[in-house]
Design a protein. Structure first.
Length: 119
């Protein structure tokens, strides 16, 4: 199997997994499985609503729902595409970016949990 076909299949598998996850959560009525199980919201809680608000250019709602939503999307995309990016960007820089994103996401989550109620 050539690299291009394998890459397309991996992307399709990720998309299908996310679609199945979304369908299961939609029909079960559970918004966030981590919050449903532990009672503590995850760092991505409110991310979908935040991205939708941002697409509607409603910055205040985006900030209210999850100010780290775009950073989470960036970190996921970076993590999924880290190997192909190694050709253009040194691995050390990519790993630093990933760790930096995770650290900022964690700090934002911690502030939201400690000082604000997460919707």
């Amino acid at each position: 199997m050539n690299k291009k076909r394998k890459s397309i299949l991996v992307h399709l598998a990720v998309f299908a997994s996310l679609a199945a996850y979304w369908l299961i959560l939609s029909f079960s009525g559970i918004g966030c499985p981590i919050r449903a199980i532990t009672g503590i919201p995850c760092p991505a809680c409110g991310m979908t609503r935040a991205i939708i608000a941002l697409l509607h250019l409603d910055i205040a709602s985006y900030w209210y729902y999850n100010p780290a939503a775009l950073l989470i999307v960036f970190a996921i995309l970076l993590g999924v595409h880290i190997r192909p990016l190694n050709k253009y960007i040194p691995k050390r820089i990519l790993h630093f970016l990933l760790i930096f994103c995770a650290l900022i996401i964690f700090i934002v989550w911690l502030i939201r949990v400690c000082f604000f109620s997460i919707p």
